[in-house]
Design a protein around this ligand. Structure first.
Ligand code: AMP
Ligand code: ZN
Length: 114
């Protein structure tokens, strides 16, 4: 499968890693949109645009747990942060592998960009 995030997880292409556990890998976004911009990715290839299954609930829950740990590690747990996940054409989803963008380090403004 030609998926950039699967290749990062298999260490076939490099990433600046922030966090890893059995379910999740997290690394800095290559084109950061905020002082803190981390991508939090399940190790299993899941495309949100195709829907989730019940057996993926544990993985999805672990993404949120990882996000809290990463927010603490990056120093934005107290100041606040935003988690975004894109799904399907109108969202602008570029990579067909589920990921949260963890953004913070400055006031982030309105919810929806233009
Ligand atoms: P999305 O539009 O939600 O699919 O977001 C994809 C994100 O992946 C974008 O913010 C890109 O900057 C980021 N990205 C693409 N390739 C890489 C890479 N090799 N390493 C880190 N981030 C990447
Ligand atoms: Zn993938």
């Amino acid at each position: 499968m030609d998926c950039i995030f699967c290749k990062i997880i298999k260490r076939e292409i490099p990433s600046k890693d922030v966090y890893e556990d059995d379910f999740v890998k997290a690394f800095y976004d290559i084109n950061p949109k905020a002082p803190v911009h981390v991508l939090i990715v399940p190790k299993k290839h899941i495309n949100p645009a195709q829907g989730f299954t019940q057996d993926e609930v544990e993985i999805i829950g672990n993404l949120f747990l990882a996000a809290q740990k990463i927010a603490e590690k990056e120093g934005v747990f107290q100041s606040g942060f935003r988690l975004i996940t894109n799904s399907g054409p109108d969202s602008g989803q570029e990579i067909e592998h589920l990921h949260f963008h963890l953004l913070g380090g400055k006031p982030l403004g309105g919810l929806v960009g233009n």
